[in-house]
Design a protein around this ligand. Sequence first.
Ligand code: DGJ
Length: 713
Amino acid sequence: MTVSLWRLDSIDTTLLLTAEGESDVPSIVWFGDRLPDIDDKVLDAVTAMTDLPLPMAKLDESIALSLFPQRSTGMDCTPALRGHFDGNFFDHRVRRIKARGDGLNLCIELRDEAARLEVVLMLSLHQATGVLSFTTTLTNHANDDYTVDWLASATMPLPGSYRECLHLHGRWGLEFQAHRSAIAPGSLTLQSHRGRTSHERYPGLMIGECGFNENSGDVMAANLAWSGSHASSVELMSDGRMCYQSGVSLDPGELRLAAGETFTAPNCYFKRQTVGGLNAVSQQMHHYMRHEVLPSWTRTERPVHANSWEALYFNHDIETLKLLIDAAAEVGAERFILDDGWFPARRSDNAGLGDWTVDGSVYPEGLYPVVEHVRSHGMQFGLWFEPEMVNPDSELYRSHPDWALHLQSHETPLARNQLVLNIDMPEVFDYLYQHIAALVEEYKIDYIKWDHNRDLILAGDGKRSVMHRQTMACYRLMQKLGENYQKLEIESCSSGGARADWGVLRHTGRVWTSDSIDAIDRVKIQRGYSYFNPPEIMGAHVGHAKAHLTGREINIHTRAIVALQGQYGYEIDARKLDAEEKQILSEYVSLYKNNRGWLSGSTTWRLDSAVDCLTCGGLVSDDKKSSWWFAVAEASLAQTVPGTMVLYGLDKETDYRVRIASRNLEELQKFSKKIPAWVIDGITARGAFLMTVGLVLPVMPAQSALLIEVKSV
Ligand code: DGJ
């Protein structure tokens, strides 16, 4: 039997695939550390080494776990494709027609000649990071419509030693909560049917050997770039083989391919590190994302935001706004964002969505007085939109009730008093583009906060579901704006962080991480977020002393230190800050401004903590010369002292100046009889020692935080 072999190599990773016979679908033999070169002898050995045994009571031939598992071959796991021609051809058998590679890319063409379906698998390995991008395309060459029930974006076999996975779950106001699940026989499925990425399930996960940690263990990341309904699974079969699969979760009958039509499933990205744990994987994912996914403007210095939402909610008036803008400028804001409430009838969340013109009753001269005031402080101007939504109480809905997603047979439930527009309809798409573009041009808007505040339910055009088309149309709308206004920055917000996946981030480039600006909740939210996304695109604001969502009172240092872990900003009524608070915030904002150059592009290190409620981590510059380390005691610690913080990612041979950069030393001193010597005056220490002996932390009371600066001398 002929055995074919394909390999892709990046600097640190090899993807090795084989297939027996002329037409078999390739299977992955290895995805991980780079392998030595292979000659024919090695190939023979690899073929023998990976030859499958044949257990009793199964098919008469062993079945490889291919890149495109199919039930028709006898494979047990979830098939990569489920669909039918009106009930006919309920199962398929695609065979390999061609596979072409160039060392970093492999394109595999598969066909079911009888059903006249074509599948193309495209695998690309990124040279610098070893991140694998996997895309699947299906084309219907038959004359009849083909209904797709499921098309996997990717199927990835998992190493037999993998037994645990870390995934992100949550809710409104508490997104990105890391949760560990054991991989057990059967299937672990993570799904969102909500038509958006969701607060509840992030479409990515980390899978690895038992007990993997932040800095140790064999771990693979899988990350689906999709902002609509999604599903992913980790399946452990009775023969011990395991695979990951993910894709768009489709409604019944939603995806019908007419003759000649193609559906491209969203990309899924993988990265494996056989040593180094979660940090090693996140770091490469961040690097890849920065260079291959995010818009280029994310690589410029990230300005300090001030957002009007929690200061004003819907109570807009020009004079108040001017005072708020003055106060925001005083604490160093560089971009002012006018949030929800600026368009007609928007005095509460009952009305107005869809009518994207300025409310003349509040702003008789348009937004000019506000925009000019913002610019007079040298700040940029940003505006909030929720393009996909409409209130029944709006001019738009009254004129075009048929523009809202619906199913004729049932009434669509409201959420936040709103419905969703069918933005795949060309007239809706054009309406939105024209209205947003007109405002962008009129006011020279620098930045859009693009919100999306409800799940999609009965997301139909009257008869059929258009759920996935909605997501595609949203991407198109963002892309068109991005192409025509190249300096325009867009933030992805969805009641906080319910749309923070790599699909939308190709067009947006900043995430409003959560509506909870409670710095203590933010610690875990931001940490969870960091598994897949880098810090400079994470919206992180200093909120009010008493957090609006939780009612928790948190001191100003902790609020600022937690916000410094991302793109720093304010969501605060700065008018009400006293002189001391303004002074403190001005110092923190200067810290941000003086360091943001290296913070964008920095390496994230989450630290494992043996102490409950103590969360530590750091950001290290690319050249290892600068770093910031954070410690937050989220509640009272169960031990009298927090212990030692061992640093990572520095240069062993370099001497570093270590000092507390946060302004709360005096406050911390009150909580112990003595604080460690290095804390008082700082020290100079060699990287090798900081990364082994570490720094003993001072006593930290509940809800306190520390920012430690470590810079080469
Ligand atoms: C939800 C967002 O997450 C908030 O920041 C704010 O913009 C509101 N929507 C406005 O309605």
